[in-house]
Design a protein around this ligand. Sequence first.
Ligand SMILES: CC(C)(COP(=O)(O)OP(=O)(O)OC[C@H]1O[C@@H](n2cnc3c(N)ncnc32)[C@H](O)[C@@H]1OP(=O)(O)O)[C@@H](O)C(=O)NCCC(=O)NCCS
Length: 280
Amino acid sequence: MGGGIFGGGELLNRGLEKKSQSNILGIDIIIKYGIINCEILIKLSLGQEFSMNYPNKDDIYFHPELKEVIFLKNIITDPNISVGDYTYHHSFDDPLAFEKHVRYNFMNDKLIIGKFCAIAHGIRFLMNGANHKTEGFSTYPFLICPGSWSEKMSLEDLPNKGNITIGNDVWLGMNVTIMSGVTIGDGAIVGTRSLVTKDVPPYTVVGGNPATIIRQRFSDKVIAQLLELKWWDWDIQKITDNIPFLFNYDEEKLQELIDRENVISLTKKVLQELGFNSHS
Ligand SMILES: CC(C)(COP(=O)(O)OP(=O)(O)OC[C@H]1O[C@@H](n2cnc3c(N)ncnc32)[C@H](O)[C@@H]1OP(=O)(O)O)[C@@H](O)C(=O)NCCC(=O)NCCS
């Protein structure tokens, strides 16, 4: 153990002294998980050293030599489109032209895409401007014609099905089309050439036209745990350290990480109550 550990131990002792003077929760946890907490305390109190041995989320290109793939958020100019860190877009033609694939985008509806999504070539988002009114005798959009026709209809007369929301860690296969109003849950997979007309639950594989459920990726319990874990919100060093965990399937390790996260959040709470500032 290096000096940092002793520093953490001192902090822990100071914390315990302070703690014993007040009656807030956490003392059992600190004793029970003493070793983990020393480690956590050091990270919380002294901050963590980063090696920067991972891609820079603020670069346009995912890899300097791979010009077909970009970190999407860095090229978005439309305020109605938001994209999370590390989500990438691949296109054989022009990955920078992503906004052209967000079609009929003039109704001020939103396209919200989470972190760590993989968006393959040929994606199409059909925003609400694509919707003609279907209840009337004619679907013809008189609104867009010049002259008096446009005065007899307004944009509000057109159906608005809501925003398109794509969760985190979603894989959208090649040539997928997503209709307005659809929400795709975290960890979902949309198979190639799918037309998604309805919401997709988290960690579910869908495919076809219209896209239907092919299978749920994991048990209900594991899905609930992954949704609790929200690994995509971890700091990048922690994600880097846990890539083998993320890339494999290990229920025991998942449970271990959930327990650890619970200890961390409780520790943060205790430290806050004790008046320590947290860096993470
Ligand atoms: C959806 C996908 C991930 C499923 O892969 P998988 O889990 O290995 O599933 P399988 O190939 O065993 O197929 C399972 C079932 O789904 C069906 N299916 C697979 N892909 C489908 C698709 N795109 N649309 C409709 N049905 C599909 C299969 O016909 C099969 O049906 P069955 O159970 O009735 O026989 C895969 O087929 C796919 O589309 N991947 C996207 C590839 C891509 O676009 N990559 C771009 C570069 S990132």
